[in-house]
Design a protein around this ligand. Structure first.
Ligand SMILES: CC(C)(COP(=O)(O)OP(=O)(O)OC[C@H]1O[C@@H](n2cnc3c(N)ncnc32)[C@H](O)[C@@H]1OP(=O)(O)O)[C@@H](O)C(=O)NCCC(=O)NCCS
Length: 174
């Protein structure tokens, strides 16, 4: 079923679809992501413009004009951290389990592996987010550390995990 979903880059014209997607994700009241409020179309336009200026990738999973998933890699902006970026990922509840998250991540990683000198994608994930951890591990992400009491999504500070996918700069594995 997920195969009819188109994975493509976000464009300026997608800002309203992105705002609707974010609102739907916020409404789920997830205990796995730091997302408290929806963004307006204007805010999404600003995010896209800022991201375009610094590089990185912003992908959408589209179902007939509706954004149902998103994956972005925000690249470091300084000489000292441009080789690395942080990844965000989400798929709307009714679209999960259809391979969309995997397709989004594979496309984002493939893109990032083409960036000159780039060699690290990192992310934070809560220990109770089993689907996400299984996906990240299957794509080669390794657990790097635990941020003790790093996140408060269930009413109290709890440990958060740091995972990363790394490769030798200039050498493209996979
Ligand atoms: C994490 C998330 C993006 C996965 O997206 P998805 O489209 O459902 O994932 P896929 O269908 O592509 O599944 C990919 C893999 O995830 C794992 N997975 C998916 N659903 C799972 C479940 N219910 N239990 C365990 N593992 C699961 C499997 O390893 C699966 O691999 P497979 O392709 O061999 O089956 C989605 O669950 C989500 O949006 N969750 C809420 C937001 C969130 O937590 N984002 C991540 C923040 S770190």
């Amino acid at each position: 079923m997920g195969q009819r979903i188109e994975i493509r880059r976000a464009a300026h014209e997608d800002a309203q679809a992105m705002a609707d997607y974010t609102a739907a994700l916020v409404a789920e009241k997830l205990d796995t992501i730091l997302l408290e409020k929806a963004y307006s179309r204007e805010e999404e336009e600003r995010v896209l413009a800022e991201r375009a200026a610094v590089g990185g990738v912003f992908l959408l999973a589209m179902d007939a004009g509706r954004a149902v998933g998103m994956c972005d890699i925000q690249r470091g902006t300084r000489i000292g951290n441009r080789h690395a970026g942080s990844l965000g990922l989400g798929v709307l509840a009714t679209y999960r389990g259809q391979g969309i998250g995997r397709r989004l991540m594979e496309a984002a990683i493939a893109e990032a592996k083409g960036w000159d000198g780039f060699c690290r994608i990192e992310l934070g994930v809560t220990p109770w987010n089993a689907p996400a951890i299984a996906l990240y591990e299957s794509l080669g992400f390794k657990l790097e550390g635990v941020k003790v009491q790093g996140i408060n999504l269930r009413g109290r500070p709890e440990d958060d995990l740091i995972m990363a996918l790394t490769w030798q700069p200039g050498v493209k594995p996979l």
